[in-house]
Design a protein around this ligand. Sequence first.
Ligand SMILES: Cc1ncc(COP(=O)(O)O)c(C=O)c1O
Length: 386
Amino acid sequence: MKGTFFRNGAIIIEIAKFGVEEWLNKWEKEARFDISQSSVAALTLRELTALGGTTTAAFFEKLNSRKMDYGWIEGSPAFKNLVAELYQNVTAENILQTNGSTGANMLVLYALLHPGDHVVAPFPTYQQLYDIPRSLGAHVDFIHLEEDANWQLDVDRLAAIVTPKTKMICLNNANNPTGTLLERTALEQVVAVARAVDAYVVVDEVYSPLAGSSDFVSIADIYEKGIATNSLSKTYSLPGLRIGWVASPNDEIINLFRKYRDYTLISSGVLDNELAVLALSNREKILQRNREIVSENLEIVKHWIEKEPRVELVLPNYVPTSFIKLTIPEDDYSFCASLLKDTGVLLVPGSAFGVPQHARLGYCCNKEILKQGLSLLTRYLRKFDI
Ligand SMILES: Cc1ncc(COP(=O)(O)O)c(C=O)c1O
């Protein structure tokens, strides 16, 4: 494997560069029309505290005498109870707070995987879910998602690739970048495949659908070796809080995570925990706001697609990430770079996800930014018509 070498008799595996993060770290602050992000438009602190019927000043005034110690190590009881309410079969005891879903994924993969383990993951997906396993020495087999099949996971192919040695199946539901969802029936089929070989199923659920009629179910509610990771970053519009969690019905697995978590995190901090509790206590209000954004902005995108001959899209499942196909005589990477330079519009090139001639369109931003960004993109695409 590329990036693998030996030092003093030990195998060292160098982790690959994280395509999407590298691109965004380099360019996002230069964008004037950022239509690349995968969160629903972030809430301000003022908006968040207002949802709880207070002001930012009053909220922090109440915290004035709070000691800045480590706070609750696994997340406060209020946090754990509020998160447990999102599941049917997970108790508050089995919720562990993490530093975002990134931290949750890292914890789970680090705790469970060892050199030589067999892991199966879809492709494309969030790179963390396969490149951390590879960096830990696991062998990853991919199930390629096909655009012609609406980017849906083919469970028969999964069944064919899984062996009694498979340790873990890693999914992202809904999937980044494609925005498509594995509904309950298909996820139950995945569980049947995993159960037959006693494999873990880890599902990063940061993009659970906000609207539409899709039948989403958490892996933690349907599988005894299921592990769900999630956060407040996408569906809840609060990536700046850096609060996520791991949930599983399985005490043994959660206890293993506790052990590894002591080495990697300790706690997520007193202030972020308090703000997370405020957000989760006002969950319905945030979800209502975001349902409107996702539905209304998706309509804007649908109308745009109808009139834009160089772009095709498998519609995302009311989640804030979507993946457009570009019919252009230029590679997607240099196209996205010159688009930004010439117009201020930011997309993420599909190559950052290993899928050339595509781009991630994050359409759940401010509506005016979306409309202007799409209109500039359309004008820019016309240069290929002559
Ligand atoms: C699938 C997936 N998981 C995790 C993350 C990171 O989320 P967090 O902010 O919760 O760490 C992202 C961000 O793009 C993502 O797409």
